[in-house]
Design a protein around this ligand. Structure first.
Ligand code: HEM
Ligand code: HEM
Length: 181
């Protein structure tokens, strides 16, 4: 892409995946925190809840991987400016941290599932759930990264709204649908 003609929006596939994943990730975080971890493993509803969460988590992992590839091979708008050097440096770091956080959630979730034998218990009906998952180190990582990810998402949304409403630079349009020039 020639620097003389920068694109004004992210690629259509990236935009679609951004909004689809934003919804899926928020649902996985909300259901994980408020429903899944609040349901004891002794409850008859737990296996189905785990099944839904694991399928959603793996779907998120696959879509995030596609997104990372599309991000690497498509042109992006030039970095957003805030007029504050520290904030301009923080933006790309925060975007990287969002990717890292989601991959860490998927990785620790899979490690926890494998450690507890969940693939067999949940998808093949073989064996029983342990009393809980708290003996697994990956459970602690999953819980901690979930809280960090929520914090990052809140900061990310606040930054986007600051651009949109305070700086009035139409940042949201860069992650919107429409012509790219
Ligand atoms: C789970 C929720 C979200 C995640 C994980 C997420 C992640 C990201 C990432 C990683 C980027 C960098 C572009 C890329 O590499 O794809 C990005 C860009 C962007 N996001 Fe989000 N996002 C989320 C929710 C939101 C929400 C709710 C809004 C709107 C308020 C939003 C507005 C934007 C905008 C405007 C950009 C473009 C920023 C720029 O051009 O520098 N995001 N998002
Ligand atoms: C990638 C997106 C994912 C997100 C956003 C997510 C989110 C969450 C959250 C917020 C919790 C509750 C944490 C707490 O309250 O401390 C949780 C628990 C859990 N997640 Fe995930 N998760 C994801 C992926 C996965 C995957 C891929 C698996 C397994 C294959 C998985 C398996 C589990 C298990 C077994 C629990 C524990 C439930 C319990 O303690 O009863 N997660 N997840």
């Amino acid at each position: 892409m020639s620097p003389a003609s920068p694109v004004t929006r992210y690629h259509l596939v990236l935009v679609t995946l951004h909004w689809l994943l934003a919804v899926l990730i928020c649902i996985a975080l909300g259901m994980g925190m408020f429903s899944l971890s609040a349901t004891p493993n002794s409850s008859p509803a737990k296996v189905d809840a785990l099944k839904g969460h694991m399928v959603a988590g793996i779907t998120i992992l696959l879509l995030m991987t596609v997104r990372l590839v599309v991000r690497a091979v498509t042109a992006h708008p030039p970095p957003a400016q805030t007029g504050m050097a520290w904030a301009d440096r923080l933006g790309p770091l925060a975007h990287g941290a969002l990717y890292l956080g989601v991959f860490a959630m998927a990785g620790s979730g899979i490690a926890m599932a494998v450690g507890a034998g969940l693939p067999q218990i949940v998808f093949q009906g073989v064996g029983q759930l342990p009393a809980d998952f708290h003996h697994l180190p990956a459970r602690a990582v999953h819980g901690l990264v979930a809280s960090l990810l929520v914090l990052l998402i809140v900061l990310h949304v606040a930054a986007a709204l600051y651009h949109q409403w305070v700086r009035r630079d139409h940042l949201l349009a860069r992650m919107g649908f429409g012509p790219r020039r």
